[in-house]
Design a binder for this molecule. Structure first.
Ligand code: 13P
Length: 283
C-alpha cells in the first residue's frame, strides 16, 4: 500500500529503527526495491531524484511507482530526493508523491527557512511529509554537487531553530557522510547526532549511506536515525549483476534476462540494508 512518508517515519521514530530510502530511475530498480521490501516484510521509501524524474518523465515516474507501491503488501512511500527546484517540489505534490525533500541547504539560512515553511504549508494539508537539510552533505549527486571543502556539519542549535520555524517532519543532517563513492573510510560524528536527536526528538535522515560500514550504520540507527538513503550501492550492484550475467551468457539478448540479473543483484543489497537498518518485520 502507498502511505504518507510522514506516518512511515513517525512510526520508525517511535519504534527506534530506520527505514531504507532507495533511489529508483526506472522499472527495474522500482521492482527490485519493492519486491525486496515485501520479502523482508519491511516498510520502504522509493525515492526519485530530479535527475530520475527528468530521465523517466514526471508523470511516468509518478504513475509507475505509485501503481507498484499501491499493489505492494508492505507500506511504500514515494519520496522526492533533493528537491532543489521549488517548481519540481510543487509538481510532485500535485502528482501524488507522498513525501518530499525540499533542499535549500545551499541557500542562506533565512531563505532556506522561508521556502521550507512555504513547502510545509502546501504539503501538510495533503498529508505529505517534508524533509529538509541543514549543513551541507559533501559529494556529487546529480543536481547536487558539494565540494569537500564546502561541506559543513549540522549545528544542533540552528537545527532546533530551523525545525521550530518551518514545521518540517524530518531533517537530513550532515555528520560526515558524503554522496557517491568514498575514497577513505567515512568517520561519523556520533556525538553530534546524539545531541541533535535529543534536542529535536523527531525523525532524522542520513544521506550518502552507501559505503558506510555496517557497524557505523547500526550505531547511527541506535542514536536515532530513521531514514537512510542508498543510491550508489544499488547502481554498483545493478552493473555488477548485469556484467556477470553477460560474461557468463555472451549470446544473451533478451532484455528481461539481462535486466533480470540486475534486479536480482539490487534485491540482495536492499534486503541486507533493511536487516542492518532494523526495519525487517516492521511493515
Ligand atoms: P549514496 O549514493 O551515497 O548512497 O547516497 C544516496 C543519497 O543520499 C541520496 O540522497
Amino acid at each position: 500500500m502507498l502511505i504518507s512518508g510522514k506516518d512511515l517515519l513517525q512510526r520508525a521514530h517511535e519504534g527506534g529503527y530506520a527505514v531504507g530510502a532507495f533511489n529508483t530511475n526506472n522499472l527495474e530498480f522500482t521492482k527490485a526495491i519493492i519486491e525486496a521490501a515485501e520479502e523482508m516484510n519491511a516498510p520502504v521509501l522509493v525515492q526519485t531524484s530530479m535527475g530520475a524524474i527528468e530521465y523517466a518523465g514526471h508523470d511516468e515516474m509518478g504513475e509507475m511507482v505509485r501503481l507498484i507501491g499501491e499493489k505492494a503488501k508492505v507500506p511504500v512511500a514515494l519520496h522526492l530526493d533533493h528537491g532543489t527546484d521549488l517548481g519540481v517540489v510543487m509538481r510532485c505534490l500535485r502528482k501524488g508523491w507522498t513525501s518530499v525533500m525540499y533542499d535549500g541547504s545551499k541557500l542562506d539560512y533565512d531563505e532556506n527557512v522561508r521556502i521550507a515553511k512555504f513547502v510545509v504549508d502546501a504539503a501538510h494539508p495533503m498529508g505529505v511529509g517534508v524533509e529538509a537539510e541543514l549543513g551541507k552533505i559533501g559529494g556529487v549527486e546529480e543536481h547536487v554537487n558539494v565540494d569537500e571543502k564546502e561541506a559543513t556539519f549540522t549545528d544542533p542549535d540552528e537545527a532546533y531553530d530551523f525545525v521550530t520555524k518551518t514545521g518540517v517532519d524530518s531533517l537530513a543532517v550532515a555528520i560526515g557522510t558524503a554522496h557517491g563513492v568514498y575514497k577513505g573510510e567515512p568517520k561519523l560524528d556520533f556525538e553530534r547526532l546524539r545531541i541533535i536527536k535529543e534536542k529535536l526528538n523527531m525523525p532524522i535522515v542520513l544521506h550518502g549511506a552507501s559505503g558506510v560500514p555496517d557497524e557505523a550504520i547500526a550505531e547511527a540507527v541506535r542514536l536515532g536515525v530513521n531514514k537512510i538513503n542508498i543510491d550508489t550501492e544499488l547502481r554498483l550492484a545493478f552493473k555488477a549483476g548485469i556484467s556477470k550475467f553477460m560474461a557468463e551468457n555472451p549470446e544473451a539478448y533478451d532484455p528481461r534476462k539481462i535486466l533480470g540479473a540486475g534486479i536480482k543483484a539490487i534485491k540482495e543489497v536492499v534486503k541486507n540494508k533493511i536487516r542492518i537498518f532494523g526495519s525487517e518485520g516492521k511493515a
